[in-house]
Design a protein around this ligand. Structure first.
Ligand SMILES: Cc1cc2nc3c(=O)[nH]c(=O)nc-3n(C[C@H](O)[C@H](O)[C@H](O)COP(=O)(O)OP(=O)(O)OC[C@H]3O[C@@H](n4cnc5c(N)ncnc54)[C@H](O)[C@@H]3O)c2cc1C
Length: 479
């Protein structure tokens, strides 16, 4: 197939503005009070392939040293693939939109093309009464999330990581060969956490769970005015998490503390939960009352679909010109000790830059369950029981150079303190770390789960991609 006949994207600036969700907080720093140069892709060519054959033809027709970047949903926090470099070629995979359901005995499988984003997959699953552990962002690329070991705060305790539900994955290697991989392949497992460094995924097949796996969810939104109130509510809510959610596997609990001064407690109940869901969350309402904080919203979602789609309107409100973001996480392998919970309240909630970066979130959640029990993937996300992420987020439009720098410094200060805490793993997630941080501190053994897994990934990278063609990914400083 002649590469000349492939669709190309002529306007790089327009493409970049459309395809990128937010800009890394490290890339909006200014010197002096100068206006920032608008960010754009550096790639020398952007192709929009429509099939595996077209991907093969691009990869094979270029010199074996030409770097290549795959773009799916454009949400990765350091913007590595969308920016690329001036020698690179970008493959924008957005035309690969197929979603095909099929049966395998009693099981339902779905094969998803590399351009599908979560909103599209969730809507298709609704039609087929299915459920998967999807990510929260409607525009996040299914494959971009999968190849970085993505996790679902609401569903992974019951349904595992999305990567643990893959039965087949088709990719184009850095040499331009089409490969179909299944669970017996070493490459198959490595793709489900380090895949952006190893191949271009064409499509992936998941084992779907019936939608009835999720019974319902309750959400309570509590307003606060002072940070001290947020810390006190978090302290009570995390004791509740310790005593009632960790020992109770059919329950997933997430507490989000927002820069818009809300404490959002969400409890998702699996099919095996027995009892009254309203009674289960009553202690959280009592906690708010005891601190004289108002419960400003109560929501009940009656299905997997309603729960999966619940945050879409909230995420639609996260906008900026540009929207700046930094992602970090901390976690424990087992149920967290009280001093860890205290650290989360007294430092993470108390000192996160929620006032300076007003769209920021501290998300504190139960994990473990099926994600911990399932097959081992090269991702710290399947090694942990308790998970906190700090998403620093703000509209950079009206921030001065000093304010932008202060936000980076405040975020870094909190994460540096976390690194001093015994028993906490810091920045172990391909989806919740900030790979373009200056002095980036992350261990390959944490981010790929174990030292042995990190070695496997490194060996495969050497073998599959000796010229490092696939270099625009969150693990670039490790591989
Ligand atoms: C609003 C929002 C919500 C989020 N929610 C969650 C969540 O619930 N859970 C979670 O774990 N993470 C979450 N994330 C993080 C998100 O999962 C990661 O940033 C993910 O990498 C984004 O994938 P993408 O396809 O959108 O981004 P892209 O920037 O397009 O891709 C990300 C990486 O994957 C590579 N890639 C893309 N397509 C392919 C392909 N076909 N083959 C090989 N490599 C490919 C790219 O080269 C790049 O390195 C969220 C992020 C945002 C901004």
């Amino acid at each position: 197939m002649a590469i000349e006949s492939l669709e190309r994207q002529p306007a790089r600036d327009e493409w970049f503005a459309q395809r990128v969700w937010g800009l890394s907080g490290n890339k909006v720093l200014l010197t002096g009070n100068a206006s920032p140069r608008p960010a754009t892709s550096l790639a020398r060519q952007i192709y929009l392939p429509r099939s595996a054959e077209e991907i093969v033809s691009v990869v094979k027709s270029l010199p074996a040293t030409t770097p290549i970047a795959g773009v799916c949903g454009g949400h990765e926090s350091s913007n590595a693939a969308v920016l690329a470099s001036n020698e690179a070629v970008v493959l924008d995979l957005r035309h690969l939109k197929s979603i095909d359901f099929h049966r395998d005995g009693e099981s339902t499988l779905v094969t998803v093309g590399a351009g599908v984003v979560f909103r599209e997959l969730v809507e298709a699953l609704k039609e087929h009464q299915g459920a998967l552990p999807v990510g929260t962002g409607p525009g996040v690329g299914v494959v971009g999330y999968l190849v970085s070991g993505g996790l679902s705060g609401y569903f992974s305790r019951r349904l595992g990581l999305l990567g643990q539900r893959v039965v087949k994955l088709t990719l184009v290697t850095p040499a331009g060969d089409l490969r179909i991989t299944t669970p017996d392949d070493e490459l198959f497992v490595a793709m489900l956490g380090a895949g952006s460094a190893l191949g271009i995924v064409v499509d992936v097949t998941f084992r779907v769970e019936p939608a009835s796996a999720v019974q319902s969810a309750e959400q309570r939104v509590v307003a606060f005015e002072t940070r001290a109130q947020a810390v006190e509510f978090s302290r009570g809510a995390l004791r509740f998490m310790r005593d009632h959610a960790f020992p109770n596997e059919p329950v997933s609990l997430e507490l989000v503390v927002t820069g818009t001064k809300a404490l959002v407690a969400t409890v998702v109940f699996d099919d095996s939960f027995k009892g009254s869901t309203a009674d289960f969350v009553k202690p959280l309402e009592d906690l708010a009352a005891s601190l004289k904080l108002a419960v400003v919203m109560k929501a009940h979602w009656g299905s997997w679909y309603e729960t999966a789609a619940a945050l879409w309107p909230v995420i639609a409100g996260q906008t900026g010109n540009p929207l700046a973001t930094l992602q970090h996480c901390v976690s424990t392998k087992g149920v967290p000790a009280d001093q860890i919970l205290d650290f989360v309240c007294n430092t993470l909630v108390a000192e996160a830059p929620l006032d300076e970066a007003e769209l920021s979130l501290v998300e504190i959640r139960t994990l473990g369950g099926a994600a911990l029990a399932g097959s081992r993937l090269p991702s710290g996300n399947c090694q942990h029981t308790f998970f906190v992420d700090l998403i620093t987020l703000y509209d950079a439009k009206n921030k001065t150079a000093d304010e932008r720098q202060a936000i980076v410094d405040l975020t870094k200060r909190v994460m540096d303190k976390a690194r001093e805490v015994n028993g906490l793993t810091v920045d172990f997630s391909g989806t919740h770390s900030q790979p373009d941080d200056v002095g980036y501190v992350v261990a390959a053994s944490d981010i790929f789960g174990t030292a042995a897994m990190a070695e496997t990934v490194k060996a495969l990278k050497k073998k599959m991609d000796p010229n490092n063609r696939l270099r625009f990914h969150p693990f670039a400083r490790l591989l």
